[in-house]
Design a protein around this ligand. Structure first.
Ligand SMILES: Cc1cc2nc3c(=O)[nH]c(=O)nc-3n(C[C@H](O)[C@H](O)[C@H](O)COP(=O)(O)OP(=O)(O)OC[C@H]3O[C@@H](n4cnc5c(N)ncnc54)[C@H](O)[C@@H]3O)c2cc1C
Length: 412
């Protein structure tokens, strides 16, 4: 059987993957033939479909519309804030996919991407696809990060991460230690109040509560620049929160006043049923909630050896420096809904410049040749920093640095 072929395979149908697909289509590429969108999730909604029930749209941060959404007559700005965000976002994304005819294939799990000389082989649980370029838009939800602390393996109580947290009710009457200095941790502490017997909060560094209720753009720019520099130089990405601060919204200010949001420095160790603080004080703990963030979910790219020895992937002009056929959308500083929109637009242009007017790879009738070590690029043109591909912009996206504000809340 011949492998399927497409010029471009987009892995992931969250905000980033859908945005790339939308812009590729506007550049004249056809969904389902020129480019394929694959997603392992059971339904529409990207990572949102997996978030906990009590999370509501706009409870802390803005969720930006996908490009072209307003012209469909729907907007997250007017979406229902009383229903779980996971349901609302899934419904909106589903409508969007249908209306824009993006032909997302799901559930399709991409297990690996291989270099087959001039082409890439995208290995999925439905077979291989030959592609000239791959857009990785897999987000972070599948790669929760839990730091190592002494005694963590001895702890006998319940441990959950943001990715597996379902409800405060799971902790009713318990003594809960929440770890992490971001808005997820703050949200968990506020909803555990009055349900758990007691909450304790540990953070790696003091939480910098800002005096205003919104993020100072200059702080955020600095933080995003740090992330960007890390991404470009191949280092692991630092947390955005570490470079900004937490806006003191009314809800947060009230939590601070009630003493619920009283962060302590990280504990020295965990024991089977207790936390031991740096001064030796010991407190009984029944459960730990690790709100310690996520990392880019890129394990399927490991055959391509894109990582630097420092730990990160060098990404410049939207593509991996080690293999410019691999593009990243929604990665690092772009990991927010508006960042995903922006990177979708930028990456689509880069992809189109590289492969847009070229035929898809030709699948061999015979068994494919063994992978070649040399990277003959075939018809692929590496992206340049300026890609002069004009298409009409819809004036519906904020033109300032709002993405940075959204990213601030992204992962920890
Ligand atoms: C708890 C939390 C709250 C957040 N709240 C906000 C907010 O309010 N506002 C905001 O702007 N941002 C928020 N963010 C940031 C959020 O990550 C982005 O907003 C955005 O939704 C991410 O979109 P994405 O497309 O990059 O990733 P995702 O939504 O994670 O989509 C990635 C898709 O890739 C698929 N996938 C992954 N690996 C594979 C594979 N190997 N094969 C096939 N498919 C695969 C997944 O199934 C998924 O559908 C939040 C993040 C978290 C963790």
């Amino acid at each position: 059987m011949r492998d399927e072929t497409a010029s471009v395979v987009i892995i992931g149908a969250g905000q980033a993957g859908l945005s790339v697909a939308y812009y590729l289509q506007r550049l004249g590429m056809r969904a389902g033939s020129d480019f394929l969108v694959l997603d392992r999730g059971p339904g529409a909604g990207g990572a949102w479909q997996h978030r906990w029930e009590s999370l509501r749209l706009g409870s802390a941060h803005k969720v930006h519309d996908l490009p072209g959404m307003k012209t469909m007559g729907i907007s997250f700005e007017t979406a229902d804030r009383t229903r779980p965000a996971r349901d609302v976002v899934a419904e909106y994304y589903e409508q969007y996919e249908l209306h824009q005819d993006l032909r997302v294939r799901r559930p399709v799990q991409v297990s690996a991407v291989f270099d087959r000389g001039a082409d890439l082989v995208v290995r999925t649980d439905r077979g291989d696809i030959l592609a000239s370029a791959v857009v990785n838009a897999t987000g972070t939800w599948g790669a929760p990060f839990v730091p190592y602390y002494p005694g963590v393996l001895d702890f006998r109580g319940k441990q959950v991460h943001t990715a597996t947290y379902t409800s405060a009710e799971d902790f009713r009457g318990q003594r809960v230690l929440v770890v992490g200095g971001g808005t997820s941790a703050i949200g968990f502490l506020l909803e555990l109040e009055g349900v758990a017997e007691k909450t304790l909060w540990a953070t790696r560094r003091p939480v910098d509560f800002l005096d205003h209720g919104t993020l100072d753009l200059e702080d955020a720019v600095t933080a995003v620049a740090q992330q960007d520099a890390a991404a470009r130089s191949g280092r692991a990405l630092p947390s955005i929160v570490s470079g900004t601060g937490v806006p003191r919204t009314r809800r947060i200010a009230a939590g601070i006043a009630r003493g619920v949001l009283d962060a302590r420095p990280m504990f020295a160790r965990l024991e089977s049923a207790a936390v031991v603080w740096p001064d030796g004080a010991r407190e009984q703990v029944d459960a730990v909630v690790w709100a310690t963030g996520f990392r880019p979910d890129v394990r399927h790219l490991s055959p391509l050896k894109l990582h630097e020895k420092e730990g990160g992937i060098v990404v410049a002009t939207g593509a991996a420096q080690r293999d410019p056929r691999i593009f990243f959308a929604g990665y690092g500083p772009m990991a927010s809904t508006i960042g995903a929109n922006r990177s979708g637009r930028i990456v689509a242009r880069q992809v189109y410049a590289a492969v847009g007017d070229r035929p898809a790879p030709v699948a061999p009738a015979a068994p494919p040749p063994a992978p070649q070590p040399a990277r003959a690029r075939g018809s692929f043109r590496p992206a340049t920093s300026e890609v002069p591909i004009p298409f009409k912009e819809q004036q519906e996206e904020p033109q300032d640095g709002v993405s940075i504000l959204a990213r601030f809340f992204a992962d920890d």
